[in-house]
Design a protein around this ligand. Structure first.
Ligand SMILES: *Cc1c(COP(=O)(O)O)cnc(C)c1O
Length: 391
């Protein structure tokens, strides 16, 4: 008999908090197993299918043997050209497809890997918080440390860059920020992006803007790209995803654009770790990015109806929140007497609603709850009615 080895996780995993949505998945499975008619507004995963012409393009591409071989780790030139074309049309920004774009296997992959390219032990990565849980993880895996910049309503959910202590600034290498923001649904101003360019340039920090929700907006108010601001490409990159824009979360396709040395560093890490995105998926991505913006109108209208339905309900309940101008989330204060977790537990146990506790996005999220607009407007109204009976 062979004595089984004892498997010990590396310190970097032992010290890791459980990934937020793993815990939520478990709670959901338990509720469904107990027969609850669950309204799941916890995860930002669109329930709307990928537009048919994109699916069709993938079906054709999959039959082409050229795509069955290893892709290039930076992505097909055709896809990088489509990205550059999309940036020009959508934002009026010039991007060189040859060296200012790298294709990602979803933007999470790029966000997670970027610190490996630029962070040494002892270095600091600044990130907006509450925020996407991956921002502090990549830095930790690289031996650095994350430094959260709290987003508060009194500052319109923008970070206070002047509040960062000098000794932290001195060690800071990277800064992750994200607008339209998940989870607060806040949008940034041009003045803020200009402040970031000046800040990054002065302190020699790589600015990394996560723009996953740039195309999910309401009332015709188009969010701008960080790269539209003068000097942005000299100090950083922008990371995009096809996941939220085209309902392609399962396809795993995103891209980073901007400063060629930052893009190049990320590409170098990727060439050593992965071999790029499946080319058939990139072909579908070319089709998606080349589509007329009008294909997104029905999607925006669906989210808008859901937003309005939930917002009406929350208003009647007296919950405090700002009407989102973009993203598919509503970020609301929990009622007095509750913590984020106790409120989410009440909603799950008494109303069969799975929302996300704000505290799961970082300490600054305590006291809030996030609702994702990923169920139908009718289910949104039902959720509001159920909440009214338990609050
Ligand atoms: C969903 C999301 C992502 C990740 O998207 P993928 O491209 O599917 O990996 C990145 N950032 C934020 C803020 C998100 O909400």
């Amino acid at each position: 008999m062979v004595r089984p080895i004892s498997v010990t996780l590396a310190d970097r995993l032992i010290n890791l908090p459980p990934y937020l949505f793993e815990a939520i998945d478990r709670m959901k499975r338990e509720a469904v197993a107990a027969g609850v008619d669950l309204i799941d507004v916890s995860i930002g995963d669109p329930d709307i299918p990928t537009p048919a012409h994109i699916v069709k393009s993938m079906k054709t591409a999959v039959g082409n043997p050229e795509h069955h071989r290893y892709p290039s780790s930076v992505g097909m030139l055709g896809f990088r050209r489509a990205v550059a074309g999309w940036y020009k049309t959508r934002f009026g920004v010039d991007i060189a497809p040859e060296n200012e774009v790298v294709t990602l296997i979803g933007s999470k992959e790029g966000i997670g890997h970027l610190p490996l390219a630029f962070v040494n032990p002892g270095d600091v990565v600044l990130y907006t918080s509450p925020g996407y849980p991956v921002y502090p993880i990549g830095p930790m895996f690289a031996g650095g440390e994350g430094y959260p910049l709290p987003l508060r309503p009194e500052n319109d959910f923008l970070p206070d860059l002047k509040s960062i202590p000098a000794d932290v600034l001195k060690r800071a290498k990277l800064f992750f920020f994200n607008y339209p923001n998940n989870p607060t649904a806040a949008c940034a101003t041009k003045a803020f992006y200009e402040e970031v360019v000046e800040f990054a340039s002065r302190h020699n920090i790589i600015a990394c803007h996560d723009a996953a929700y740039s195309e999910i907006y309401y009332d015709g108010k188009k969010p701008m790209s960080f790269l539209e601001v003068d000097g942005a490409k000299e100090v950083g990159i922008e990371i995009h995803s096809l996941s939220k824009t085209y309902n392609m979360t399962g396809w795993r396709l995103g891209f980073a654009v901007g400063h060629k040395d930052v893009v190049g560093g990320l590409a170098k890490i990727k060439s050593n770790i992965d071999s790029g995105a499946f080319q058939a998926v990139q072909e579908a991505g070319i089709t998606a990015l080349g589509s007329d913006d009008s294909i997104l109108l029905p999607i925006r209208n669906i989210y808008e109806e859901r937003r309005n339905a939930l917002a009406d309900g929350l208003k009647k309940l007296g919950l405090e929140f700002r009407m989102p101008e973009a993203s598919f989330y509503i970020w609301a204060k929990v009622p007095a007497g509750f913590t984020s977790t106790s409120f989410v537990e009440l909603l799950l146990n008494k109303a069969g609603i799975m929302a996300t506790p704000g505290s799961g996005f970082g300490e600054a999220g305590e006291g809030y709850v996030r609702f994702a607009l990923t169920v139908t407007a009718n289910r949104m109204r039902e959720a509001a009615a159920r909440m009214a009976s338990v609050i």
